[in-house]
Design a protein around this ligand. Structure first.
Ligand code: FBP
Ligand code: MG
Ligand code: MG
Length: 329
């Protein structure tokens, strides 16, 4: 039988006596633990009234309506991180960086609640995080620590609150899947060194936008739809949960590609997903699992951000299929 490893034991082993690594491990553990509380709330479904209610009249920093659970999740993460070495937090739900523990040595970017449109539908939602080093002496300001290419991330991951509460994590040494065991009240390593199959016959895209797409994406999907008789000479399957964390977990399990391209709608000139706290962490996890992530053409982890909440077209998953998509651009 394989060794039983808790998240804590895995993090301790990875960190050793290195103070910088210990700080990262502390932040990961804290986010994971906070996620369990969020999962408990989500699991109460309609018994927990109003989680999907729109909060106030102001949209969040990205222009989306803010739901009650978006705000609760953010508040819980901020409070929990106060006990860690996280100096500042960039969050989808806050226009500006949130000071946490300003003497800390890390900055964290989060999507506190991914898949907000699914909150009241009993479909998986989740939390995404990206961790970067912060050095008050070296960075002109805290934002400068966040506004760097995703290749600077030291750790990233997401929690998905579904039938199982899972944590997909990378510390830069492969991608691991941990599962929360409710009886034992702990996360356990379920898969070490995840590998996304390079080839796939499954894509995920919001196909209702087909008339809005630009030519390369329209051509790619048309060729997939043509199946065995088309240029791809194989039949494709389509899956779209509408919570990126859930679509990503499927891809980490059996391969596939997730695609959210730019399109002709106002506000979708750069797609829908946010670079710093959605695309970058997922790209880091994907590459560590031998997959690929691009904006269609360019590697996500090489893109220099110009705004904390900037959007980016996103393609990630099975490497050969991501490369195939790039050939249409
Ligand atoms: O509703 P659409 O346009 O299909 O977009 C769905 C995508 O938007 C997201 O919900 C964006 O994340 P948020 O819920 O955090 O805003 C993704 O999780 C999902 O893949
Ligand atoms: Mg999201
Ligand atoms: Mg969100």
């Amino acid at each position: 039988m394989s060794e039983i490893v808790t998240l804590q034991a895995y993090l301790d082993r990875w960190a050793g006596t290195d103070a910088g690594r210990k700080a990262v491990a502390g932040a990961v553990r804290t986010i994971a633990t906070t996620g369990v509380g969020i999962a408990d709330l989500v699991a109460r479904g309609p018994l927990e009234e109003g989680l999907a209610k729109i909060r106030g009249t102001d949209p969040n920093a990205g222009g989306d309506a803010q739901k009650e659970l978006d705000v609760i999740a953010e508040e819980r993460i901020v409070t929990a991180l106060k006990g860690t070495e996280v100096a500042f937090l960039a969050s989808e739900e806050s226009e500006e960086l949130i000071p946490v523990n300003t003497s800390g040595r890390l900055v964290v970017a989060v999507d506190p609640l991914d898949g907000s449109s699914n909150i009241d539908t009993n479909v998986s939602v989740g939390t995404i995080y990206s961790i970067l080093p912060y050095d008050a002496a070296a960075h002109a300001n805290p934002a400068a620590a966040v506004m760097r290419t995703g290749s600077h991330q030291v750790a990233a991951g997401f929690l998905a609150y579904g039938p199982a509460t899972i944590l997909v994590s990378t510390l830069g040494e492969g991608t691991q899947v941990f599962v929360y065991d409710r009886d034992k009240a702990d996360f356990f390593l379920a898969r070490d060194q995840v590998e996304i199959p390079a080839e796939t016959k499954e894509y995920g895209v919001n196909q209702s936008n087909v008339r809005q797409w630009h030519a390369p994406m329209a051509a790619y999907i048309a060729d997939c739809l043509a199946g065995k008789d088309g240029p791809r000479a194989k039949d494709f399957n389509m899956r779209w949960v509408g919570s990126m964390v859930a679509d990503a977990f499927r891809i980490f399990t059996r391969g596939g590609v997730y695609v959210y391209p730019s399109d002709k709608r106002k506000g979708y000139e750069n797609g829908r997903l946010r670079l710093i706290y959605e695309a970058n962490p997922v790209a880091f996890l994907t590459e560590q699992a031998k997959g690929a992530a691009t904006d269609g053409k360019t590697r996500i982890l090489d893109i220099v951000p110009h705004h904390i909440h900037q959007r980016i077209p996103l393609v990630f998953g099975s490497k050969a299929e991501v490369e195939k998509i790039a050939s249409y651009y």
